[in-house]
Design a protein. Structure first.
Length: 456
């Protein structure tokens, strides 16, 4: 069912109900007023006849002959009867002798004479009774004609209101139709903001939400295209190198063959690491859930990241823990927290000489856990800091795939954290801020780093 038809049915039903109640009330009041007016006419006619009889000699019973309603001054459609107190009819305005009106009861009454229903009014004056009457069926016929005459304008007005309602709703929904037509005219791959002028204020949030959806879709498609293009470019080099080394190994023997196979294996390892990083980046930027129900403290995240870091990472990383870290847990999926810090440590280990250490400081600042990683490598120029989180960007002849810091940035954006870089005289300092939960860890030793690492 269309919105226009639904609104028309709802509002039309309300219109019909209100108009029907108003018409019923008006017609009932009109009927009551008409009956009161006809009764008042009966009473006024009886008093008028009584006034005429005072000016005329009272006829005897033997002289009582029917008189017309006009002769007695009666309005058309009414009848009158003058009788004595003993019930003798002296004068009547109808010729049928069987239609004798009952004049015993004063005031208004309903009578049935020879199958006809009458409305009568009797007044006593001196030694006579004056009775006026009219037929109830004539009253009902008059009532139906008046009610019909009054109902026709009401029905016409109701139908006109429904027609105007249908047209008004259609006119009111015209902005929605313009939005629909604008969307229909767009090409399938168009993600430009929708521009529809003259929209009412109530439709602005809908237009804004629609444009935000287009923007998010465009960003997602741009990320996908960029990832696909970069991945194709980055994977081509190790695949070419592997193929070349294998061809050399096929054509050589001895030490040259072993060296070519070793180079091919190294290229395969690099390709494997790149693919793993690409898959992790796609999952972080996508809508997949990483929740596993396990809560990690900041200290546990640091120790697990050190274990997962590059070869010899545990011995080359100097861990400095602030007090009270064991009672705090991160408000984010544990696998993302460990992956983000591990990438920072891997990056620092790659750029730090083998005889130097990487410093890892962990502390809490307000509602954030702060992981500060400092290496002692060659450092980076201040103008290059803005490129660190770009995909596949490498400083100089770095052997990495250029995705580690991009993954950390994606994790930070997903989990409401922050990432800051500070170039030093010797090396680079990176601060990773991750949100903390309000509740503390369980004190029973259930959440130990060893148990969680084994469950992982």
């Amino acid at each position: 069912m269309s919105l226009r038809l639904r609104l028309s049915l709802i509002l039309g039903s309300v219109f019909v109900l209100i108009w029907s109640l108003a018409a019923a009330w008006m017609l009932c009041d009109l009927r009551q007023q008409m009956m009161q007016s006809l009764d008042a006419r009966l009473g006024a006619s009886a008093h008028m006849v009584a006034g005429l009889l005072e000016q005329m000699p009272m006829p005897s019973k033997s002289d009582s002959t029917p008189m017309t309603a006009e002769q007695m001054g009666m309005p058309s459609g009414m009848t009158c009867q003058v009788s004595s107190l003993r019930g003798e009819v002296l004068v009547r305005s109808h010729a049928n002798p069987d239609q004798t009106l009952d004049a015993e009861q004063s005031g208004f009454s309903d009578q049935q004479i020879n199958g006809d229903r009458w409305r009568t009014f009797t007044v006593t004056q001196g030694d006579v009774r004056i009775t006026t009457a009219d037929r109830l069926d004539e009253r009902e016929a008059l009532q139906y004609s008046i009610l019909f005459a009054a109902s026709v304008p009401v029905a016409v007005a109701l139908l006109g209101s429904l027609a105007l309602l249908w047209g008004g709703i259609g006119q009111g929904l015209a902005p929605l139709n313009r939005m629909r037509d604008a969307l229909r005219r767009r090409s399938a791959d168009s993600l430009d903001p929708l521009d529809v002028s003259g929209l009412p204020r109530e439709l602005w949030p809908l237009l804004e939400t629609q444009n935000q959806l287009f923007q998010r879709i465009a960003q997602a498609m741009e990320r996908e295209r960029r990832l696909t293009g970069d991945a194709a470019h980055e994977l081509r080099s190790p695949l070419t190198a592997i193929k070349t080394h294998l061809q050399v190994a096929r054509m050589t023997e001895g030490e040259a063959r072993d060296r070519s196979l070793a180079n091919a294996e190294e290229g395969a390892d690099r390709l494997h690491r790149t693919l793993e990083q690409l898959l992790l980046l796609a999952r972080v930027e996508g809508s997949l859930s990483f929740e596993d129900g396990v809560q990690y403290s900041a200290e546990e995240v640091a120790r697990l990241a050190m274990q997962d870091a590059g070869p010899g990472g545990t011995q080359r990383i100097l861990l400095q823990l602030a007090p009270g870290l064991a009672s705090t847990c991160l408000a984010m999926p544990s696998v993302l927290a460990v992956a983000g810090l591990r990438n920072l440590l891997d990056n620092a280990l790659h750029h730090t000489p083998a005889d130097a250490q990487v410093e890892l400081q962990v502390e809490t600042l307000a509602d954030k856990a702060c992981f500060r990683v400092r290496d002692h490598g060659p450092g980076i120029a201040p103008e290059d800091l803005k490129h660190l989180t770009q995909r596949f960007w490498r400083n100089g002849k770095s052997a990495g795939c250029g995705l580690g810091l991009a993954i950390v940035q994606a994790i930070v954006q997903r989990c409401a954290g922050s990432l800051e870089f500070d170039t030093q005289v010797l090396g680079l300092s990176v601060e990773l801020h991750l949100p903390l939960r309000t509740q503390a860890l369980l004190p029973d030793g259930e959440n130990t780093a060893g148990e969680r690492s084994s469950s992982k």
